[in-house]
Design a protein around this ligand. Structure first.
Ligand code: FAD
Length: 405
């Protein structure tokens, strides 16, 4: 029988193995992942799992029986160290060799390390997997002090989850504003206001330069000469794609493993899906690397369809979400390159609004806070390549549907 090997056992892999079977693949499926847990939902790690509202069994993507019933062989706690493209096999760090007919890289991304002294001392954490969060959770207690380095979504979500548990939280952002890479200044100001209203201390334009420990207390030194005492430090400054296996075996890479519209790499029997891919988005007409569950799931389905001989090119609108305090942010599309922002609702005083990003008359993206209707409409319009009338959006008394052009 034919053999499909999947490297990585997370969102992309968990979707792919099931979609392969559903689409009729009757060869073997082996998933090799270096984490010990069954594939689990990663987004709750900084949200409900960190705040204690969800347990490990709540966050599993599928129960163990589903993999058994579908005859999927999960090799967990096993790392793949090399791919031999000539022999069509992979080599694990345990020394085992697995031959493949089809190989899929679902290796995702790993945290970017903060290049300062002390980033590796006890009490300093990164946040990517369950082990990280369990270690953090063991140190959470009301009144204790956390310093979070990085004011992106993960830093802000982590800050909110720790604050909810009674901790004193300070977030240090090196750039002039939080969320600078991903949102408009108006949104950064909004998130800063809400965090401050909830008692989180946010400092922008502050670069952490060293972390040290004395008498059991951590200390973060910064560019602004101010030092911050802490019981724990959490670093969230972004991720880098796990593309070394691809690079070592000579596959084409960019800011990730380069794939075509069917998620094939430059070796057509090797596919890639999820955070690790550098792929062309037809809606935005450029290459992107997305860090989102919907993309990992979507690309996994594209791979399964192609392997099963029912090819369907990738043509998805990127979308994301973030939960902080009582804010449910939903994002449709990519806002980079916008030249105009139209806000529907009261961003200055309320916690409910939608921000529409335009380039000229073209709608690029929507950031909707506690506004699911605006998100749904934006997603639908963007997916169809249509746009919205700016004046009609800004007029809150008008039904949003009248804004559709
Ligand atoms: P990953 O989840 O990164 O999994 C890759 C797996 O492969 C890992 O287990 C890795 O250890 C393993 N691996 C790598 N190399 C090897 C090897 N050589 N051998 C064996 N195994 C290997 N996305 C959203 O859409 N919404 C959110 O709200 C959101 N919140 C997030 C919060 C946190 C705290 C984090 C960390 C991420 C969040 N994300 C969110 C991003 C989302 O989790 C990722 O987009 C998603 O996990 C990508 O799935 P993936 O399968 O591509 O890769």
């Amino acid at each position: 029988t034919e053999k499909c090997i999947i490297i990585g056992a997370s969102h992309a892999a968990a979707q792919l193995c099931v979609s392969l079977r559903q689409g009729g693949w009757d060869g073997s499926i082996t998933v090799i992942g270096d984490e010990d847990d069954l594939p689990y939902h990663r987004p709750p790690l900084s949200k409900a799992f960190l705040s204690g509202d969800k347990t490990m069994s709540d966050i599993l993507i599928r129960p163990a029986e589903i993999y058994e019933e579908a005859n999927i062989d999960l090799k967990l706690g096993v790392r793949v160290g090399a791919i031999d493209r000539e022999k069509k096999s992979v080599l694990t760090d345990d020394g085992d060799i697995y031959p493949y007919d089809k190989l899929v890289l679902a290796t995702g991304a790993r945290v970017r390390n903060l290049p300062v002294p002390g980033e590796d001392i006890k009490g300093v954490y990164y946040l990517r997997d369950t082990k990280d969060v369990l270690a953090i959770k063991s140190q959470v207690a009301p009144g204790r002090r956390a310093v979070i380095i990085g004011g992106g979504y993960i830093g802000l979500e982590t800050g909110a989850s720790l604050k909810k548990q009674g901790m004193e939280v300070t977030i240090l952002e090196a750039m002039p504003r939080i969320l600078q890479r991903v949102t408009a200044p108006e949104l950064s100001r909004f998130y800063k206001r809400v965090h401050q209203e909830e008692g989180v201390n946010i400092l922008e334009g502050v670069v952490a330069s060293a972390i040290s420990k004395s008498n059991g207390r951590l200390n973060v030194s910064t560019s602004c000469q101010q030092n911050f005492d802490a019981d724990m430090v959490i670093i969230g400054i972004g991720v880098i794609p796990n593309m070394e296996l691809a690079e070592m075996s000579g596959l084409t890479v960019g800011n990730g493993v380069e794939v075509n519209a069917f998620c094939q790499t430059s070796d057509l029997d090797i596919y890639a899906a999820g955070d690790v891919t550098w792929h062309f988005n037809p809606i935005y007409e450029r290459h992107v690397r997305l860090e989102s569950v919907p993309n990992a799931t979507e690309q996994a389905k594209i791979v399964a369809a192609h392997i099963n001989g029912q090819p369907k090119p990738y043509n998805s609108l990127p979308w994301f979400w973030s939960d902080q305090f009582d804010l449910k942010l939903q994002i449709a599309g990519l806002s980079d390159g916008y030249d105009d922002l139209i806000i529907r609702g009261d961003i200055k005083n309320s916690r409910e609004f939608a921000a529409f990003y335009f380039n000229g008359a073209k709608l690029l993206a929507v950031d909707a806070v506690n506004s699911p209707r605006e998100f749904m409409l934006g997603r639908m319009i963007l997916g169809k390549g249509k746009t919205l009338d700016k004046k009609a959006i800004a007029d809150e008394s008008a039904d949003l549907k009248t804004a559709v052009i």
